[in-house]
Write a protein that binds this ligand. Structure first.
Ligand code: SF4
Ligand code: FES
Length: 588
């Protein structure tokens, strides 16, 4: 294998790799602005220039490469035996010169800039810049612009790396952005009357290495150094896109793409980026409720759970059918715990996959690209993250397992005749999804609703149990390409709500005759495993052991050979990166 030496470290490389790619892959920092793995290479910012030596092909002696000129490491492919220095006096002088040049017109507004704390210009100023500015003239002030529904452009902060322009041409294929003007009047802009408005538009905010492109939704919302990163999976569509959920003190502030070249590359859709708002909706269900004299009234978990278990027992005793409808918005672990409870309460319980919403058709970006093109990005019409995972889990239980379309006639939709007497319905959809035929078919049945948002099903429910959104639980989703991916819990469950899996474990404990926690003072112990937020179980005490996704996965694998993949075949998210500060702490 060919090898190269960068800053004294000898490294093997694959032919075709550039110097910067080798450095990045091996944790060697060479400053870079315009280079991005997912975009074409333009080598325009010039901060990555390095000094190179290479063996003379005839004599084999090491000589200055290309006459000793500094070369852009992002563009220069590596040559076997090459010796590269990004820390030589010549390379460092260039880094300082580029930084000084970029800062000439840059405003000193870090204290009010959203990018502060995750800004390459700020970081490189500290590492490669000068401590003082020699520029005494007036700065050119380029304007601020509203370029699209999600994005502001602060042109005065732009360093003209053109990442954003290349994104709209090479990835979204929509080409709304352009470079206009020349010299210090050069600016990024949109074409007249054509806003930056496409399904992937806000990815340019992540791409911008400085604070020039800003997310309207996150503007002045939170300083980034207060945010905790939690690894998540797209909770709204079948894409399985990898995301970071940025949160602080129990609130989600933004969702960003988590790079995974095999799934979503470096991008997410705006739908996934902004679709988390229902987590903090005013319409969240916040207490168990039971129907008394025709009206739903708030109650404690003990009464609600007793009602559920009594109704299921009564249905079985009367020779009637019971059913469990597991929403495709739930995790595989939730589905397993719920199905295990349903089959324990009634060995013949019908298990059904809930409604899987579709909106429009699948879309591939850029338009016209083939789906199997390694650079193409796909947006899914299927608006549920885990239909395949839930189906996989329910199928493993055997017995009567239905799709939503098969369930409707069994409930009596259209005919009015049904042998199902009691059913548990789970929701967790970001918006009301219930169709009129489903609602009508519930008349006269004992309906237990486990859901997160107020919706039309609540009016039909005999018992309502408040569930937990994707951000409040850990678990596993199986995407449209059948990739099983685990994700971590980002924030605690809101007070008095519980994850659907926890509700299932509690109901199983009640079915087994275990006393309510108040009577036996259960200490709440959360297994020390990644992905669980300890505060999640504190307000509404669990009746059974706390629901821990990792241990449920082990139970799943042990219970059914068809679920053996959950023992070790589930992709776990990476540990969130830890920021390493080179700054010395000063005791005041
Ligand atoms: S707006 Fe940001 S991404 Fe676009 S050219 Fe300027 S610095 Fe680069
Ligand atoms: S990163 Fe190499 S020139 Fe910009």
């Amino acid at each position: 294998m060919p090898s190269i030496t960068i800053n004294g470290r000898s490294l093997d490389f694959t032919p075709g790799q550039t110097i910067l790619q080798i450095a990045n892959a091996n944790g060697i920092e060479i400053p870079q602005y315009c280079y991005h793995e997912g975009l074409s290479i333009v080598a325009s910012c010039r901060i990555c220039l390095v000094e190179c030596m290479a063996p003379n092909p005839k004599s084999g002696t090491l000589e200055p490469f290309m006459g000793g000129k500094l070369l852009p490491s992002c563009q220069q492919t590596a040559v076997d035996g090459m010796v590269v220095m990004s820390d030589s006096p010549k390379a460092v002088a260039n880094q300082k010169a580029v930084m000084e040049y970029l800062l000439i017109n840059h405003p000193l507004d870090c204290p009010v800039c959203d990018q502060s704390g995750e800004c390459f210009l700020q970081d490189y100023s500290y590492e490669y810049g000068r401590g003082v500015s020699r520029f005494e003239e007036s700065k050119v002030k380029n304007p601020k612009k509203d370029v699209g529904p999600h994005v502001y452009l602060y042109s005065d902060r732009c360093i003209m790396c053109t990442r954003c322009v290349r994104f709209t041409r090479e990835v979204s294929g929509t080409a709304e952005l352009l470079v206009q003007g020349r010299g210090n009047k050069e600016e990024i802009d949109v074409f007249p009357g054509v806003p930056l408005d496409n399904e992937l538009s806000a990815n340019v905010v992540d791409l911008c290495p400085v604070g020039a492109l800003l997310d309207k939704d996150f503007l002045f919302a939170q300083r980034v150094w207060f945010l905790r990163e939690t690894a998540g999976i797209d909770p709204l569509t079948a894409s399985g896109d990898n995301i970071w959920i940025h949160n602080n003190e129990g609130r989600v502030y933004r969702v960003k793409p988590r790079a995974n070249p095999a799934i979503n590359k470096w991008w997410i859709t705006d739908e996934v980026r902004y679709g988390w708002k229902f987590v903090h909706s005013e319409d969240r269900l916040r207490s168990p409720m039971r129907r008394q004299f025709g009206a739903l009234v708030e109650c404690d978990y003990t009464k609600a759970y007793d009602d559920v278990v009594d109704a299921l027992r009564a249905a079985v005793a009367a020779g009637k059918k019971t059913a469990l409808v597991v929403s495709p918005m739930l995790t595989c672990e939730d589905a397993f715990a719920l199905a295990a409870f349903a089959r324990k309460a009634d060995p013949n319980a019908i298990l059904a996959l809930g409604h899987v919403p579709f909106v429009g058709t699948d879309k591939v970006f850029p338009a016209g690209a083939r789906e199997d093109d390694p650079k193409a990005f796909k947006m899914y019409a299927e608006k549920a993250p885990n239909a395949r995972g839930v189906k996989r889990v329910l199928d493993s239980f055997g017995g009567e397992v239905l799709t939503y379309d098969q369930l409707l006639p069994r409930l009596g939709a259209g005919t009015g005749s049904s042998d199902i007497n009691a059913l548990i319905i789970t929701g967790n959809y970001p918006a009301d999804w219930v169709a009129n035929d489903f609602l009508a078919a519930l008349a006269g049945k004992f309906v237990v609703l486990i859901d997160t948002l107020l919706n039309t099903l609540v009016d039909k429910a005999s018992v309502v149990l408040p569930g937990a959104t994707f951000a409040e639980k850990a678990g596993t989703f199986e995407n449209a390409r059948h990739v099983l991916q685990a994700f971590d819990q980002a924030i605690p469950v809101i007070p008095m709500a519980k994850s659907e899996g926890q509700i299932a474990l509690d109901l199983t404990a009640v079915l087994d005759g275990q006393p309510a926690p108040r009577e036996r003072e259960v200490p709440v112990v959360i297994e020390t495993t990644r992905g669980q937020v300890a505060a999640g179980a504190q307000v509404a005490l669990p009746y059974a052991q706390p629901f821990v996704a990792a241990s449920i996965r082990r139970q799943m694998a042990a219970a059914f050979p068809a679920l053996a993949v959950f023992a070790d075949g589930v992709r776990l998210p990476p540990e969130p990166p830890r920021a390493q500060s080179g700054m010395k702490m000063v005791e005041l």
